[in-house]
Design a protein around this ligand. Sequence first.
Ligand code: PMP
Length: 360
Amino acid sequence: MDKVFNFCAGPAMIPADVLKKAQQELINWNDQGTSVMEVSHRGKPFIELAKQSEQDLRDLMGIPDNYHVLFCHGGARAQFAAVPMNILGDGETADYMNGGYWAQSASTEAKKYCSPNEIDITCERDGKTAILPAAEWPISDEAAYVHFCPNETIDGIEIRDLPVTDKPIVADLSSTILSREIDVSKYALIYAGAQKNIGPAGLTIVIVRDDLLGKAQSIIPSILDYTVQVDKESMYNTPPTFAWYLAGEVFKWLKEIGGVAEMQKRNEEKAKVLYDYIDQSDFYRNDVHSDNRSLMNVPFQLKNPALDSVFLEKADAAGLKALKGHRAVGGMRASIYNAMPLEGVQALVTFMQAFEQEHA
Ligand code: PMP
């Protein structure tokens, strides 16, 4: 096996340059004579790391000054609960735009804290799964915020529109963040698990607009309370320091290669190579309409599902790892996050061509 390309949906590939640097620094980080995992989060070296990583993320995403950036625990799923507990007042409700598995999961969790309006925004277009144009999403007058998930990691659906509303927009950017340019000022609250485009699992980024603070329900666990975390600079308790460090290194790497604009260009090129190949083939298919195809997660099916396990076995032996689709969808899924080079996608297409020739 010459080279391994990891198509896992998360935890996902981390840039090799970042891993090499982390390896070099593992035993002696920042001239401390210890690893970054073994120093106090309250000491000067780690505080400097924390400040620099926040600044780098602010630069990369163009985060305005009236937004706070939090480095939290608990993954995106903790935020499914944290969002309603932080920003919904007594008896208030919110709209949850359901475009796939993860938006639905957020809504299901929110039901513990409120009665969300669950709004199905999926539709069929030209025989494929698609998303209704945002102007047609029926936003309720009484909603205190509108929640949506711009990239559905499992379904391979991407929503490039924003809800058409003056209400606060809350978005799960777990598999969108840093993959393409977004205008943060259009959102009130963004959250994202780190394990796709940021770094290792264990860290969750929250970007919250100032005016949403101070509204948390009294029963909220302090660890999930944005106001507490802002006051404590994400150090109410011990943060996931190693994940935070590695995220900071990924931010530096991304800045060096040209930032999010350059990354988006590369991601569009990678996705095009794969979708173009699937579309011209009678052997493979993708069921998402081209208007809503994900840049990051490309599910595809074999015409003959009986070949799925052979495909996966041979792909794995060829160094193309973790291509099995999520159990909710079946088939295959290639996750091609920021750290996946074009070369990896080309290797996958070459393998798919050879497999097709052998089994068609
Ligand atoms: N939202 C999206 C869009 C996801 O892709 C995932 C994880 N795959 C989650 C939420 C759940 O994230 P976590 O495991 O960090 O709680």
